[in-house]
Design a protein around this ligand. Structure first.
Ligand SMILES: Cc1cc2nc3c(=O)[nH]c(=O)nc-3n(C[C@H](O)[C@H](O)[C@H](O)COP(=O)(O)OP(=O)(O)OC[C@H]3O[C@@H](n4cnc5c(N)ncnc54)[C@H](O)[C@@H]3O)c2cc1C
Ligand code: SF4
Length: 333
């Protein structure tokens, strides 16, 4: 780990001013569970960090009748366990509970979770391997290499790294937004527009400027959110990233037809992925094992497999179908 300077401003305004005049590469430090890891691996080498844990405004959790408002610095464990989140957004609570370990969830924040970086092993552990994300223009060791955990959707010839987080998958299904503050004031970014696909510039992962801070995440309160679930399939039952995950919310009308349907995919794409074609196959039709399976197939219709990750297409189809069954049992009429 290289030397860096540390400061802990106690307001959003002070943080944004400090970011604006900071040396290039200065990073926000929230729980540090990703950032310090990457600094120890010499992947992130910030000259300075601004620790935001003292900012009370960032830690609030407010569940209103129209939306859930989460301060970016709220801890994953606190959000997962919040009674209003569990009642009105069960899939959101599950997406956090099924991420990382309890020790990590107590330390880590929801804002930091959104901006965590990929777990591509070539990116994290292999400076000797070419990696366009780590060293732009050097190539990609995963394309044509060991790609068992890499993306099936949204990849490019330059990078097929999977977006690793769970929480954003449920957020994208619920049309969440993030409020961001920078030197020019506040702006709102839809979750669906926060992360970007690698294209030919894999080093760029999101649309935030270096001097912008996420202050809060807002999630609309919808009947589909109340009938939601997050199903995560992984190599072992806890403390592992998803091989395939589905964040699903549905409503079922009195006649048994699906009213609203939201499907987010995790662990299989280069960014949090909304499967809108799959949603459309279900709306207005009864939710049956067959229609759920068809929706899963529609979700993966554009999948592109490499040498070792093809088995995760069928795994993903079944994950979507199973999540739809669970959400259907919870669905609100
Ligand atoms: C062993 C292990 C297993 C894990 N398993 C999972 C898993 O299964 N699922 C999962 O989803 N996650 C998993 N994680 C990742 C973990 O959830 C993240 O490390 C954590 O959520 C990051 O939050 P943090 O507050 O510690 O962020 P930090 O490490 O402090 O920051 C992460 C990034 O976000 C930026 N940042 C933080 N807050 C803000 C803000 N308010 N505005 C702008 N930028 C900000 C930082 O500058 C940094 O770039 C795992 C981590 C580990 C170490
Ligand atoms: S998949 Fe992306 S992160 Fe992984 S080696 Fe290739 S360029 Fe690097």
């Amino acid at each position: 780990m290289r030397p860096f300077t540390y400061a802990a401003p106690d307001t959003v305004a002070a943080t944004v001013s400090a970011l604006h005049i900071a040396q290039p590469g200065t990073r926000i430090l929230a729980g540090g569970t990703t950032l310090y890891d990457l600094m120890k691996l010499d992947i992130e080498t910030p000259p300075a960090v601004l620790d935001v844990h003292r900012i009370a405004e960032l830690r609030t959790i407010e569940a209103g009748p129209r939306e859930l408002v989460l301060g970016a610095g709220a801890r994953m464990a606190d959000v997962a366990d919040h009674p209003a989140v569990k009642a009105a957004y069960p899939g959101l609570s599950e997406s956090l509970w099924r991420a990382a370990s309890q020790q990590l969830r107590i330390m880590a924040t929801v804002g930091g979770n959104l901006l965590q970086r990929t777990r591509c092993p070539y990116f994290r552990n292999g400076p000797e391997f070419p990696c366009n994300k780590r060293r732009p223009g050097s190539g990609c060791a995963a394309v044509g290499g060991h790609d068992r955990t890499h993306a099936l959707l949204g990849g490019s010839d330059a990078c097929i790294a999977t977006y690793a987080g769970d929480f954003a998958v449920m957020l994208i299904a619920f049309d969440a937004v993030v409020d961001v503050v920078g030197p020019d004031g506040e702006r709102t970014v839809p979750l669906a527009g926060l992360h970007v696909e690698p294209g030919d510039d894999p080093a760029r992962e999101h649309v935030l400027a270096p001097d912008e801070l996420i202050v809060r995440i807002r999630v609309p309160a919808t009947p589909a959110a109340r009938g939601s679930t997050y199903l995560k399939i992984r190599d072992r039952e806890s403390y592992a990233f998803a091989l395939a995950a589905a964040g699903v919310g549905v409503t079922v009308e009195a006649d048994g037809a699906v009213g609203d349907c939201r499907i987010g995919l995790g662990g299989v794409a280069t960014r949090p992925w909304r499967a809108m074609e799959a949603e459309r196959t279900l709306i207005g039709r009864p939710l049956t094992p067959q229609s759920a399976r068809r929706a899963g197939e529609a979700a993966f219709a554009g999948a592109r497999a490499g040498a070792e990750n093809g088995f995760r297409i069928e795994l993903g189809v079944r994950t979507v179908a199973d999540a739809l069954r669970i959400a259907g049992e919870r669905a609100i009429r």
